[in-house]
Design a protein around this ligand. Structure first.
Ligand SMILES: Cc1ncc(COP(=O)(O)O)c(C=O)c1O
Length: 270
């Protein structure tokens, strides 16, 4: 399974020998080079409207806000989110996954099923939740072919299982999970499905409705060919996620003096 790609890599290196051209093989970490359209859009942003979106009502801030809203709409339609309000921007997939996991209203004793293939950006927040919220986690082993089977996922379920937190494709082996079968299982057992699509968004078609995903975390800077510093969380519903970071936009100060409780959950109607 693993000999084939390295064989092609040797051929490419051989053909390129002596041309002095760099061969970039780190696309799974971040894609390079980015398309010209991305460079142009970034240049236009910093040179034509780099005001602070949502912090001012002047022309440039409004333009920045409207470009961001358009991006939200495009992403919502790309992944078939219920609306653009279900799209949350972060600095990378790590932060989107941290938001989905650390912000989820887990209770003591809740159980999460992940796999042995997870990236640290799932494992570390989960291990923090084990310590801080006293949840438990089962990491499912792949089968002999290196694939995570639905059967193995099913066997890991307990009556406390609240969430499956799994990668669509492993960043180490490239193995893809049988997503639709897994999501049939999560729907049947009323378990939340958090999908880490860092390695697949932009490469494999993802539709959160068709594929039964509740929380979809992804990087904008890998196969979607966006710039560094881009990550997204797409939510199927309003799961009362507690925001990782509070502050930001200047509106709604009246909350501070009335019913604001300092906890602040992510509400879609806001
Ligand atoms: C499967 C997987 N999840 C999460 C991440 C983290 O992505 P980011 O670099 O955007 O934080 C990566 C990055 O390689 C990944 O491969």
């Amino acid at each position: 399974m693993f000999e084939q790609p390295s064989f092609f890599i040797y051929i490419i290196i051989y053909l390129r020998k002596g041309t002095n051209k760099m061969i970039y093989f780190d696309h799974a970490a971040s894609s390079y080079p980015k398309p010209d359209s991305v460079a142009h859009a970034m240049h236009e942003a910093v040179s034509s409207y780099s005001a602070n979106p949502g912090r001012g009502g002047h022309k440039l801030a409004e333009r920045a806000r409207s470009v961001i809203n358009e991006a939200r709409k495009t992403i919502a339609s790309f992944f078939n989110a219920p609306s653009s309000k279900h799209v949350w921007f972060y600095q990378n997939a790590t932060m989107a996954l941290n938001q989905a996991l650390l912000g989820f209203p887990f209770e003591e004793g809740d159980h999460v099923v992940a796999t042995k293939f997870e990236h640290n950006s799932i494992i570390r927040p989960l291990e923090r939740l084990v310590i801080e919220k006293k949840i438990t986690v089962t990491y499912v082993e792949p089968n002999v072919d290196g694939v995570i089977s639905v059967d193995a996922m099913k066997k890991a379920i307990t009556n406390k299982t609240r969430m499956f937190a799994i990668s669509h494709a492993s960043n180490v082996t490239g193995a893809i999970v049988p997503l639709r079968e897994i999501s049939l299982l999560t729907k049947e057992k009323q378990i939340m499905l958090l999908l880490d699509a860092s390695q697949t968004a932009g490469t494999i078609s993802i539709d959160i409705d068709r594929d039964g995903i509740d929380l979809l975390a992804l990087a904008g800077h890998k196969s979607l060919l966006g710039p560094q510093g881009t990550g997204v969380l797409v939510t199927k519903g309003d799961f009362d996620l507690r925001p990782l970071i509070v502050g930001g936009t200047g509106g709604h100060l009246s909350h501070l003096f009335s019913h604001y409780n300092g906890l602040n959950v992510m509400k879609l109607e806001q």
